[in-house]
Design a protein around this ligand. Structure first.
Ligand SMILES: [Fe+2]
Length: 299
């Protein structure tokens, strides 16, 4: 495979790799609530400070650390632990996930950027019922990816897969959203069966699907993470990864399973392949974390 990062940059990246770390109770419950309500209020007001990207499966609210004293303080506290950092290629954000994120690496798009740590601080977990529920986990693999930001799948021949809701509110993976839009755009009926699922098709739904079909994807889709023929551990698959096709996990090996605790700081090298676990089966309705990708390069 052709190297993505410049030779000198890659050396600096590798020299700064430290694995996976966590600091429990880094923020108090009260601080987490403050950050959440501050950012959610701003995005509601659409004041232009905090941009919002709303989808059925996730909501992202972007921010800058210098826009408020709470955020400034958090950045300073993190720098005391991981050292000085810059955020270059994807704005800091809070992300609310209603469907688990799949295998990916947040390595950016710039071959000259000395990428550093992925950082998350879980802020909120909402369960459908308190009984029979378990906290969500972030799964971090031993496998590294020193290439541009990517989503890992064997179905890599197009860049048009999206998770949407069917008529009954269940999430469905549509592999080619453009094909799906072609099927519904001139539909006069209010329902369509597509890939054996039923969708309620009104003008709002058509507009949403068109918006997805027209949106530009940040991550490359690739199966080049599969570097050998070793099958993924069946037990780990059943416990954590059933939201991802089994074949996609070939040659992967789990390093750490990080259980979400509100206010915990978690950071790992940006080259690490990671994903959410399938939290839906543990009665988690949605989970929200602060997330950003740091660099050592100041541009
Ligand atoms: Fe990530």
């Amino acid at each position: 495979m052709k190297d993505f990062f410049e030779k000198k940059t890659l050396k600096k990246i590798k020299d700064s790799e430290t694995g996976i770390s966590e600091v429990k109770k880094f923020l108090s419950i009260k601080e987490c609530e403050e950050v959440l309500s501050y950012l959610r209020n701003l995005s509601n007001k659409s004041s232009g400070i905090s941009q919002l990207v709303e989808r059925e499966e996730s909501t992202k609210i972007f921010f800058n650390f210098d826009q408020s004293s709470i955020l400034k303080n958090i950045k300073n506290k993190i720098q005391e632990i991981i050292g000085e950092f810059y955020v270059n290629d994807f704005q800091p954000h809070i992300i609310t996930s209603r469907y688990p994120l799949r295998l990916h690496a947040d390595t950016g798009k710039n071959p000259n950027d000395v990428i550093y740590k992925n950082v998350i601080i879980p802020l909120e977990i909402i369960y459908s019922e308190k009984n029979n529920s378990k906290p969500p986990n972030t799964i971090i693999f031993k496998n590294k990816w020193h290439n541009e930001s990517a989503l890992f799948t064997k179905f890599a021949n197009n860049n048009y897969d999206f998770i949407i809701k069917d008529k009954f509110g269940n999430f469905v993976d549509i592999l080619n959203i453009k094909d799906f839009y072609d099927q519904i755009k001139d539909l006069s009926e209010l329902e369509i069966i597509y890939e054996k699922k039923i969708f309620f098709v009104d003008d709002k739904f058509k507009k949403y699907i068109k918006y997805l079909a027209d949106s530009k994807r940040y991550n490359l889709r690739t199966d080049r993470h599969i570097i050998n023929n070793i099958d993924f551990d069946k037990n780990d698959y059943e416990t954590y990864m059933t939201h991802q096709p089994y074949e996609d996990c070939k040659s992967l090996e789990i390093d750490r399973v990080i259980e979400w605790e509100i206010g915990k700081l978690v950071y790992w090298d940006r080259c690490r392949i990671h994903s959410s676990d399938n939290f839906l089966k543990n009665n988690v309705v949605q989970k929200t974390t602060m997330a950003f990708f740091t660099s050592k390069t100041k541009f």
